[in-house]
Design a protein around this ligand. Structure first.
Ligand code: HEC
Ligand code: HEC
Ligand code: HEC
Ligand code: HEC
Ligand code: HEC
Length: 363
């Protein structure tokens, strides 16, 4: 059984190099190819591991290399397609022992999301730290054009080649996978300040567009509450500032919203805002929105009642309803105009009735 698999393995490896490695996998004591250091060194399962840390002879060794069977199997697969059999393909293979980066919160590096572990890491051992397939920055330059990168202000530093001083390989809590140490530095502070301003200005523009496109204040309040709930403080602040400028916002609402904006601004100044702060402000905002919705439902009810009264000829009742509506601060302009037309219409009819006796139908 084992012999059969071996035959397949050897036949399937056309290239001299691969065949040699395959043989080295199954036979102990195959000497290195002339002029080449063996890829695996002594294939002794007692070889001291190093957790990837520098082991003997300048090699970084992947700890499980002690036992090839943790990753390889000699069992034949239905479709025989590669020289070596893996117990699972990467990235699933790697996730058997390492955290599944792609499921962590935050920003995730493109090739990590797609599970390209082996583009950046060797599974066995390397001369580079972290088992990287080539040293930084060469590794990064395989996918990121150095010329384009050179245009970024922070890359003008002489230390630019030390990509990992500023960027993480897998995930980050900010965009661009920026390292906490960089964000704490002077350059990092300057970068954050500028990035925050840009984020705020984009959010202002988005909120202004929503308002201009006719999105209601209630819907925008809900959007702002959602931003707060999810810690998007700049977006929340910008949205609230735009809402406060809204025509149909009442003086009371404006006051509540301004108070919340002040608290959001204070949070933005805080180095590490308490986790619950966003949720509390979001709840306060939800209360403002609920009051507004309740008032609007009342207004809508009054509006339809008044129209019905008008149709039924109960003009005094209709007039009282429309008059109350016209005094309300938060009618949208088209509705306000309709209400005014009804009022004018009723007044004209009532005057005619007084002057000319019975109600006349409109011409
Ligand atoms: C942590 C998992 C892991 C361990 C442990 C491991 N390998 Fe591998 N090995 C791999 C992966 C993944 C590949 C496929 C590499 C690729 O596709 O580029 C591979 C490929 C190979 C290859 C094919 C040649 C090559 O480099 O692509 C040989 C031969 C091999 N391994 C031998 C061994 C031997 C011998 C051991 C034990 C000393 C061992 N491996 C231990 C994961 C492992
Ligand atoms: C774009 C290249 C790249 C890809 C793709 C990549 N890594 Fe890494 N990995 C790095 C770099 C760079 C480091 C060292 C610096 C660091 O920790 O950010 C590293 C460090 C590690 C470490 C040691 C430190 C730690 O975070 O535990 C492990 C384990 C690891 N990678 C596993 C993986 C696995 C599993 C995958 C596939 C899901 C993967 N890597 C994909 C570049 C990469
Ligand atoms: C059988 C378990 C196992 C599997 C499978 C496995 N690893 Fe590891 N890996 C380890 C252990 C154990 C360490 C050492 C952890 C330590 O030092 O804290 C390690 C360390 C690493 C490191 C860090 C090296 C350093 O310098 O700190 C990298 C990178 C890495 N593994 C990548 C991978 C990739 C990529 C795969 C999939 C191809 C993989 N591992 C599959 C067990 C595994
Ligand atoms: C296998 C190809 C590959 C390698 C190697 C690679 N990257 Fe990336 N990187 C990508 C892809 C794809 C994206 C996502 C592009 C995008 O979203 O615009 C990305 C995005 C990034 C980003 C974030 C850009 C953003 O818009 O948030 C940074 C920072 C970055 N890479 C740094 C590095 C560094 C540092 C290295 C070397 C350790 C590296 N990359 C190696 C493919 C790669
Ligand atoms: C001094 C810190 C620093 C170093 C070192 C550094 N970067 Fe950056 N990098 C940044 C910052 C900050 C950004 C955010 C963009 C900006 O400045 O507006 C960034 C952005 C990027 C982006 C995203 C570009 C885009 O517009 O989508 C990539 C990719 C990137 N860096 C890769 C690299 C690579 C590769 C290296 C190493 C050769 C490297 N960086 C070294 C700080 C650094």
């Amino acid at each position: 059984m084992f012999g059969l698999v071996l035959v397949f393995l050897v036949l399937a490896s056309c290239d001299e190099d691969k065949r040699h490695q395959t043989m080295a996998f199954f036979f102990d004591g195959v000497p290195p190819l002339p002029g080449k250091v063996s890829e695996f060194g002594p294939l002794d399962s007692n070889e001291p591991g190093g957790g990837g840390r520098l082991a003997t002879g300048g090699w970084y060794v992947h700890e499980p290399l002690k036992d090839c069977t943790q990753c390889h199997t000699s069992r034949r697969r239905a479709r025989f397609s590669r020289e070596v059999q893996l117990v699972a393909e990467a990235p699933q293979l790697c996730f058997q022992c390492h955290a599944e980066y792609a499921t962590l919160a935050g920003w995730i590096h493109g090739p990590v999301t797609t599970g390209e572990c082996l583009f950046c890491h060797e599974p066995h051992k390397t001369r580079t730290p972290f088992l990287l397939t080539s040293a930084v920055p060469d590794l990064c330059h395989q996918c990121h054009d150095p010329e384009a990168l050179g245009l970024i202000p922070n890359h003008a530093e002489t230390s630019y080649a030390q990509c990992l001083d500023c960027h993480a390989g897998h995930t980050g809590v900010t965009r661009y996978l920026l390292q906490p140490a960089f964000l704490e530095s002077e350059a990092g502070h300057a970068y954050r300040l500028q990035a925050d301003r840009q984020q705020y200005e984009r959010a202002l523009q988005t909120a202004r567009n929503s308002l201009a496109e006719g999105q209601g204040i209630s819907a925008m309040l809900r959007t702002a509450a959602d931003h707060l709930e999810n810690g998007r403080l700049w977006e929340a602040r910008a949205t609230l500032e735009v809402i406060a400028e809204g025509e149909t916002v009442t003086a009371d609402e404006c006051q509540s919203i301004t108070a919340i904006v002040q608290q959001v601004s204070a949070l933005l100044e805080t180095e590490t805002p308490p986790e619950s702060a966003g949720a509390e402000l979001s709840a306060a905002l939800a209360a403002v929105e609920e009051q507004r919705s309740a008032r609007q439902r009342t207004l809508a009810g009054l509006y339809y009642q008044s129209i019905q009264a008008y149709r039924a000829g109960r003009l005094a009742e209709a007039r009282a309803g429309f008059a109350e509506l016209s005094r309300s601060e938060d009618l949208l302009e088209p509705i306000r105009q309709t209400v005014q037309r009804y009022l004018a219409e009723i007044d004209r009819t009532l005057n005619q009735t007084q002057n000319e006796g019975p109600l006349q139908p409109e011409p």
